[in-house]
Design a protein around this ligand. Structure first.
Ligand SMILES: Cc1cc2nc3c(=O)[nH]c(=O)nc-3n(C[C@H](O)[C@H](O)[C@H](O)COP(=O)(O)O)c2cc1C
Length: 489
């Protein structure tokens, strides 16, 4: 059974269940599609044209239904740009689910997209006019490409074709979709879908790298079966629930940032922020390691905040129990040496924040086999050697390799400010964020933090705050400093 047929059958079954109709009563006007349902249930195939007609029928039937008794005012508005790929039909379900989440959707379709789904079905589900033309006088008078891009809280490109990725990476603006993308100052979520060979093609690889550097967030593609028979690999559109999750997270982030900055919410757009976080694990043997109590919460909160301010964020994280923050590239490492290597690979960065609790020492020679307890031999002696100093190493990088703002963290249990001041000078960091991690403070592993920000200008002591609030204040301070540093003289 083809992918299209399987998906269509799923949608029809949901429709039949929702409207309590039997297959013999299912179909467009007088045309009975009961035979189609029976055929699909037996694993038969379907043409794209028929699938589109059936979807348009279901969409129009749904739109005739009386409004749900409790209408929720839309909390956010998404501009959905639908590209011309085989997965375009999945947008119908995406739109429906977004509206269930009280998210209003306005759609722009490329010319190619209209070969796969009709503006009629898309419009029936968005309950709005669908925009397809750049040179449409009515559109320009009523709502042109600038307004389309500005009136959304988030732009979602799904499916993003290889062609759309190339246009976006190259800054083209020769149709409505690409023009809107060029004119926007809003966050953009890109959900690619294409044949695996197209996805793995060097041109697409280059375009994706460029778009990530430009601050675009990606959802998928997933690895799996393609619509074409016998084709599998990376290139499947992310599933609708995954898209919904990515969209709602991005909307939540942009609302936070908007509330904070009164609209001027993305001062770090086009910037790369590197954050380290969590503990490191230094192996003793294959099953034992030296670790510390760091939870990674503070570093992850900083990464989320940097992304909300528009930055492309790389989070190099030691082992933690936390979910990966949305819109952030996470590199998982275990030891201090792996962390240094990952940090070096992630450079260049504009701002680097070293919040990880890196082990100062590792075992000189880890055992390849589990160390056995042998009667009469006593405890093994572990010789420790110093780990590389990641903060000092990166702060000492030369030329463009040194991030313009290097922020280190200092976890102390006594003389917090004095030790942190010395650390700033010794490591060559611009700022040190110092905190008291004595067990009675509950800071290490907890949800709150009380920090002192130490710079060449002195010490700023912040009250006891939620770690998310520490992250907000720190990133706001960093963004302001960075703007002053890079402002034209
Ligand atoms: C049947 C068929 C299926 C296609 N599926 C895809 C696809 O899944 N992803 C993709 O990138 N291009 C796909 N293409 C190619 C695009 O439709 C083509 O590159 C088009 O110019 C994209 O236009 P747009 O980016 O303006 O939407 C497909 C073409 C055909 C004929």
């Amino acid at each position: 059974m083809s992918e299209t047929a399987r998906e269509l059958l799923g949608e029809i079954e949901a429709f039949l269940a929702q409207f309590l109709v039997t297959p013999s009563k299912f179909g467009v006007a007088a045309v009975n599609d009961g035979h189609l349902v029976a055929k699909l249930r037996k694993g038969g195939s379907v043409t794209l044209k028929t699938a589109d007609r059936v979807r348009a029928y279901m969409a129009s039937e749904r739109s005739k239904q009386p409004a749900a008794p409790r209408q929720v005012a839309p909390s956010h508005r998404v501009l959905l740009i639908i590209g011309g790929g085989i997965a375009a039909y999945k947008c119908l379900d995406l739109i429906r689910r977004l509206r269930e989440h009280a998210i209003a959707v306005r759609a722009v379709m490329t010319k190619a997209a209209q070969q796969f789904v009709t503006p009629l079905s898309v419009g029936a589900l968005t309950s709005e006019r669908v925009f397809t033309e750049l040179f449409d006088l009515d559109d320009e008078r009523e709502i042109g490409h600038i307004r389309l891009s500005r009136e959304a809280d988030l732009i979602v490109v799904a499916p993003a074709t290889a062609d759309l990725l190339a246009k976006m990476a190259g800054g083209h603006a020769d149709d409505l979709a690409s023009c809107v993308l060029m004119a926007t100052d809003k966050p953009v979520l890109v959900a690619p879908a294409m044949n695996p060979r197209m996805w793995l093609h060097p041109a697409t690889r280059r375009n994706v790298t460029q778009l990530e550097a430009d601050g675009m967030a990606f959802a998928g593609p997933n690895i799996g079966e393609m619509a074409e028979r016998g084709e599998a690999g990376p290139g499947r559109l992310a599933e609708v629930p995954e898209l919904i999750e990515a969209i709602t997270k991005m909307l939540a982030l942009s609302s936070q940032a908007l509330a904070k900055n009164g609209g001027e919410n993305r001062p770090l757009i086009g910037r790369h922020v590197l954050v380290t976080s969590g503990p490191t694990h230094e192996p003793i043997d294959p099953v034992r390691y030296i670790a510390n109590r760091s939870s990674g919460k503070q570093g992850a909160a900083i990464a989320v905040e940097a992304a909300a301010l528009g930055a492309r964020v790389t989070l190099v994280s030691g082992p933690t129990q936390l979910a990966e923050p949305p819109g952030v590239e996470v590199v998982h490492i275990e030891s201090a040496r792996e962390m240094l290597e990952a940090v070096r690979r992630a450079l260049p960065a504009d701002i680097a924040i070293f919040a990880a609790a890196v082990a100062d020492w590792r075992v000189a020679s880890r055992s390849d086999e589990k160390i056995k307890k042998a009667a009469g031999q006593g405890a093994p002696r572990l010789e420790l050697v110093e780990n590389p100093d990641i903060l000092k190493t990166i702060a000492a990088e030369k030329g463009g390799r040194r991030p313009k703002l290097v922020i280190g963290f200092a976890a102390e249990t006594q003389n917090v400010i004095e030790f942190a001041k010395k650390k700033r000078r010794a490591k060559g960091a611009d700022w040190i964020v110092a905190n008291d991690v004595s067990p009675e403070t509950g800071i290490m592993g907890g949800d709150r933090n009380a920090v002192h920000v130490i710079s060449e200008h002195g010490v700023e002591s912040w009250p006891d705050l939620d770690k998310a609030e520490v992250a907000r204040r720190l990133m706001a301070r960093a963004a302001k400093y960075f703007a002053e540093l890079t402002a034209p003289a």
